[in-house]
Design a protein around this ligand. Structure first.
Ligand SMILES: [Zn+2]
Length: 210
C-alpha cells in the first residue's frame, strides 16, 4: 500500500495519495493545488486515479479538484452541505489573493456512512460539521487511519470564524464522532503534522473541558 501526504499550495494543505499497487489504483484526498505534481506522482507510481475525495469546500482543499478530474477522468466526491461554499470560490480566492480556480458540483455527495476509496482499502465517511457545514473525515478502519481535513489538528481544532463555521458544532463533532475512535488511530490532518486520537484525547487544549 502507498500512502503519501504532502503539502500543496500557498496555504500548504496536506494532500494525500493512497494507492493499491496490486490493483494499480489510487484515490487522492484534498487536491487543493499543484495538480501537475499530483498527476506526475500518480504516473510515477503507475496508479490510475479512481476517486477524488474532498474533505470540505475551502479553496485550499478543493481548488485543484476539477483540473485533476479533467486530467484523469476520476469523479469528485464532496459533501453536499458545502455546495454554498463551492459557489463562493471567487470570494475565497480573494481571501488569499490567488486566481479563482474553476469548480463544478461534485459527482456524488460524501454522505455520512458512505463507503468510498479503494476495494482493498475502503473508508467510511464520518460527517463532522463545524469547520464548515459539509466537513467530513474519512475513516480507514482497517488501516487505523483517519483523514481529518480541517476538523482536528495536532493540538488544535479547525477555525470556525469563516462562513458556515460553528464552534459548538465542531466540538460536538469531534467529541461524538472522532473521540469515539480507538486511541491508536493515526490522524492525517489538513495542515501541519499528523497525530493520533489518543494524543488529542489526552492533550488537545480545545477538548479539555470535555
Ligand atoms: Zn478549511
Amino acid at each position: 500500500m502507498i500512502i503519501e501526504t504532502f503539502p500543496v499550495g500557498p496555504l500548504q494543505c496536506n494532500c494525500t495519495i493512497l494507492g493499491d499497487e496490486e490493483a494499480a489504483e489510487a484515490i487522492v484526498i484534498d487536491p487543493g493545488d499543484e495538480v501537475g505534481r499530483i498527476q506526475r506522482r500518480l504516473t510515477e507510481l503507475g496508479l490510475k486515479l479512481k476517486q477524488i475525495l474532498v474533505t470540505h469546500a475551502h479553496i485550499d482543499h478543493v481548488g485543484g479538484a476539477l483540473r485533476l478530474k479533467r486530467l484523469t477522468g476520476a469523479p469528485i466526491l464532496l459533501n453536499e452541505n458545502d455546495l454554498p461554499l463551492l459557489k463562493m470560490m471567487e470570494m475565497q480566492a480573494g481571501w488569499i489573493g490567488i486566481p479563482t480556480p474553476e469548480t463544478a458540483p461534485p459527482d456524488e455527495s460524501l454522505a455520512d456512512g458512505l463507503v468510498v476509496g479503494l476495494d482493498r482499502y475502503p473508508a467510511q465517511v464520518v460527517y463532522t460539521p463545524g469547520h464548515t457545514q459539509g466537513s467530513v473525515c474519512l475513516h480507514f478502519a482497517a488501516l487505523k487511519l483517519l483523514v481529518a481535513g480541517d476538523t482536528l489538528f495536532a493540538g488544535s481544532i479547525g477555525r470556525t470564524d469563516l462562513p458556515g463555521g460553528n464552534s459548538e458544532q465542531i466540538i460536538d463533532s469531534i467529541q461524538t464522532r472522532l473521540l469515539a475512535l480507538p486511541d491508536e488511530t493515526k490522524v492525517l490532518t489538513g495542515h501541519g503534522p499528523s497525530t493520533t486520537i489518543g494524543t488529542e484525547r489526552k492533550s488537545n487544549p480545545f477538548l479539555r473541558s470535555i
